[in-house]
Design a protein around this ligand. Sequence first.
Ligand code: ADP
Ligand code: MG
Length: 700
Amino acid sequence: MPDLTSNFGSMVFGDRAMRERLPEDAYASLHRTIADGRSLNITLANTIADAMKVWAIELGATHYTHWFQPMTGITAEKHESFITPDDKGGAMVSFSGSALIRGESDASSFPSGGLRATFEARGYTAWDPTSYAFIKDNTLCIPTAFCSYGGEALDKKTPLMRSMETLNKQALRILRLFGDDTVKRVHATVGAEQEYFLIDKTLFDRRSDLILTGRTLFGARPPKGQELDDHYYGAIKPRVKAFMSEVNEQLWKLGISSKTEHNEAAPSQYELAPVFTTVNIAADQNQLTMEILKKTALRLNFVCVLHEKPFEGVNGSGKHVNWSLMTDSGQNLLNPGDTPCENIQFLLFLSAIIRAVDDYQDLLRISVAGAGNDCRLGRSEAPPAIISMFLGDELTGILNALESGNVPLHAETGRLETRVHVLPKLPRDSTDRNRTSPFAFTGNKFEFRMPGSSVSIAEPNIMINTIVAESLSVFADRMEADLARGETLSGSVSAIVIATIREHRRILFNGNNYSADWVREAENRGLLNLPSAADAIPCLISEKNIGLFTRHRVFSEAELRSRYEILLDDYCKKLNIEALTIAHMIKKELLPAGVMYLREVSETAVNLKELGLLNGESVELITAAKLSRLCRETELKIDALRLQIELSHAQTSTLGTAQFVKDKIIPAMSELRRAADTLEAELPDRCIPYPTYEQLLFSE
Ligand code: ADP
Ligand code: MG
C-alpha cells in the first residue's frame, strides 16, 4: 500500500525539519522565542537561515522570497536568488539570518489608503516564525508581516497577530481568575471551508465578464438550475476528481491537511475543508490553498472561480470560518466540558462571545463586506447581511433557565443546579445544525458563515479575536473587582452570565435566517441590517470602533482610516470595472447578435410578403417587432448606465463615489441586465457569441 503520509509536509520547514536540522540548543531556543512571542536574535537567525538554505536547496529551491499579504487580499512575493556573485568572478550561495528575518520592499505600489502620504514609501517585511517557511515553485517562501518604516501595518498579517496577542492576554487573565496557573498561551484555532466553482477554460475564455470581473454580469437563466439538488454530494466526475487529487497532493506536501472535499449545491460548485490550526497559520494556508486551486485548475483546462457570486440564480460561494479558543495544553475553551468548573468557565467564554457579537455587529459585517459578497449575502442559501447567533435549543434553554433563576449556579461549588450538575453533552451531529445562521455554535466551536469565498480570512479573524478580547477584558475587570469585595467566583461569573443574557438576548436567533419574517423581526429587535458594503464600511471609523482597536493596539487610528479608504476604494473600482464591462459586452456582443437575428427574421418576413404569405399573425412579424423593441430597450439601458458611470467619476470623495455606485450604478446595471437577459432568451443559441449559462454550468 502506498504511504499517503510520506510526503505530508515535505515542502515545509516545520517542526520535524527543524528538529532534524537545527543544533539542539538552537531548536530549543527557537521554540522558547516562539512560545514567549519574542523576536529572534541575529545569532539564532543566522543558524536557522543556514539550515533552511541547505534544506531548501536540497529540495530544488533556487530562490527565496518574503511572502506577504498586502491589502490587495492576495499574496505578494519578490524573488531573490540564493546565488550572489563573489569577487573572483564566480558565484556563491548565500542566505543570511538578516535576509531571513527582515526584507525591504517598495511599498508604493500596494494599497496603503493614504498611509503612504504620511509615511515613507519604503516598507519592510519581517518573518513570522510561528508560521513555517515552505517551498513553492522552486522558491523558499518565508511568511512575513509587511509594515511601513514607521511600523504601520500595510498588510493583513500584522493586525491579525496583534489581535492574537490581545486575545491571549485577556483569555489568560480569565483563566488565572479561575485558578489556572499552568496555561501559558491561548490562541484562536480556525478551520476555513473553501467553496469554489470549476469552469471549463475554453468556455471561460470566451466571456470577458468572467475574465475581467470573475463573474457573469448577465445571462438568461437555463431551464435547469440547482432545484433538483442532484449535484450536492453527488458522485465526483473524473476530470474533477483528477483535479482534487492533484490539489490534495500539493496541499499535503505543504503541510495543509485538506480533509474533506465534495460537490456543493450549485452545478459545478465544490468545497474543500482543511483540518483546523492556529489562526495565523490557517490564514496563510487558506491563501496558499486558493493559489493552488487556481494554478491546478489551469493545468487541467479548468478555471477555478473564487468569486462570491459567479452566477445569478444558483448558490454563491462562501468560506465558512470555524473559530474556537485553544490553550497551549490543548484544551478547547469552547468545549462545554464534563465538570461543573469547566461548565461555568465555558459559560463565561460563551457570554463573552455573545456580548462581542452583539456589540460589534458592524465590525463582523465589515469584515465580510465587498462588492463580490454583496451579491451573495441574503440570496440562494447565504445568510442575510444581518448578524445573529445560533446556540441551539439546548444551550439557549440553559441560558434562559439561568437568567430566570430557575437553575441557579450554586454559589459555593460553582455547580449548575441541574439534576446532573453538569451541562448535558451537546449534540454535535448535523441534525442540531442551523445552516441558515451567520454565526452558529456547532458543539465546540463557532462557524461564521458570512465570509466570501475570495477574501483573506484574516479580516474576520482580526475582528472576532479583538471583539472577544474586549469582552474578556471587561469581564476580567469585573471579576477582579467582585473577588476583591469578597464575592465568590461562581457568584461573580453567574452575575456576569445573567447580565449578558439580559442585555444581549436580541442577538440570539435559532430560527430561519433566510426568511423574510426574520428581516422584519431583526429590525424590531434593533439589529443592524447593512446589505451594502457602501453602508457598512463607514462604521469602521466610528468613535466606538476606533476606541476598541486603539485600546487593544490592533490598529492605530491612522491604520484604521487607511483601511476604510482601501475598502471603499476597492468597492468603487470593482463596480466601475463591472459597469464598464457589462455595457461593453452587451454593446459589442449581445446587441449585434440581436440585430443580426432581427435582420434574419425581417428578411424572411419580406420574402414571405413577396410570396403573399405574410399576415398580421405571422410569427416572423411578431418576432421582428419584439426583437426590435428589446434591442431598443437594451440600447437605452446601456446609455443610461454609461451616463451614470460618467457622473460617478465626478464625485469628489471615495465615500461619495461609493454611495453613488450603490444608489445609481448598481440599479442601472440591474436594469440593463434585465433587458439583456430578456433579449438573450429570444435568440437562438447559434446567434449567441459567448457561452450561455447552460453551457457554463452543465458542460462538465
Ligand atoms: P463538523 O462536521 O462538525 O462541521 P468538521 O470536522 O467537518 O466538523 O469541521 C468543519 C471545519 O471546522 C473543519 O475545517 C475543521 O477543521 C474545523 N474545526 C473543527 N474543530 C475546530 C476547532 N476546535 N477550532 C476551529 N476549527 C475547527
Ligand atoms: Mg460548514
